[in-house]
Design a protein around this ligand. Sequence first.
Ligand SMILES: [Ca+2]
Ligand SMILES: [Ca+2]
Length: 461
Amino acid sequence: MVNPRPNILFVLADDLRASDLDHMPKARSLLVDQGVKFTKAWVTRSLCCPSRASILRGQYTHNHKVWVNVEPSGGFWNFFDRGLESSTVATWLNAAGYDTILMGKYLNRYGLDRNGNRAPSTHVPPGWDRWYAWEGLYGGTDTSYQINENGQIVIYQRSQIHDTDLHAQTAENFIRHTAGSAPFFMYLAPNAPHDPAYYAPRHASMFSGTALPKPSSFNEANVSDKPQWVQNKPRLSSSQVSNLTQFYRNRLRALQSLDEMVERLVNALSDTGKLSNTHIVLTSDNGIYLGEHRLQSKGAANNAAPRIPLVIRGPGVPRGATRSQMALNNDLAPTFASWAGVRPPNFVDGRSLKPLLNTSLPASWRTAFLVEHRRTPEEFAYVRAIPNYRAVRTTQYSYVEYETGEKELYDLEADPTELTSLHASASPALLSSLKARLDALKICARADTSTTSCKVAENGG
Ligand SMILES: [Ca+2]
Ligand SMILES: [Ca+2]
């Protein structure tokens, strides 16, 4: 019998760039060609833990307030201590009868104590029936990694099994042998391709001659239009470019296990008769810079870090279609809720993407969203060097206001790689209209019809 409610297989990669899909041929044929690809998908804060909190709760960072990866202003303990675990997409779907399973990364510093020391945790958050979560920083060391398997700590040697392959094996076993009559929600969050981009030995010889992508913004020559924190960065040296190239190749190698995992799970779903009633989502918690604007890592508002890949296939979803409407990490939880027939709590800021997964599209959609950043003394140095900012990204512009009083403004139609900030020369009318949209977004809450709701602010009133 086919489940009346669909299974949900949610694959959440770590630091995957939208363009990385070009190097995942199996995901392209099994997901992109079979579903909808969002060409303008974004996270609302380009940093792991805040974005994962947004994914679990459907909220902007200024509403869930997990600002960084590290306590006290962020990290697992911030989420835990403020009771945010009591209402997540897992508790909503679990209460509706879903079999809920998490594999891989939960929140940064899960498995450490409040001081960052190793403290293997057997804590399983509410809402999860099955739990296979990474413990500790960056999910392990060069030789081993630890997984909390339903309350038991298990140590794996990398020489024994590559971590993405382990998740693929656990997920495949669940689909083939464990999944029962209840629909399942699988939150599958591998480490790949996060720095240091561990990969399986069988992929070691691939991509050895692949060149680092060099868009026009790569190692930007003239950053006099940009704020001081960018101007402070010298142009990338040849050894930095060579390190980035090596990192890029390792990332592509790491993606191959992810790509094979997609094929393995699609086959398992197909063999067990579940594929036609399963939504599969592939996305990331944030992107990453590989030298654009002289930048590396993440945290900034320019293109490559807040931009993510997003592909969805499933029952009723058109095949091989693209959508240019803005989709956000905030939208994932309410989307899963709508598939499960659950009304999400009122605190949710995002909206279900379901209306974009039809052949007939909604007449209106959001025309802007907010990107936020706040630095704290305990956050890692690269992100700490970026002054606090808030940014609004509209269908045409990206406008950033820093705590320093500095601004950035890009016309994304005329200058899609953000080479020349127009903040000093733009018309006062344009600046004030963007400022008004930013001011509405930065205090918005919920997705209802009140004047301060995020949905209203995103739609432009
Ligand atoms: Ca990340
Ligand atoms: Ca420039």
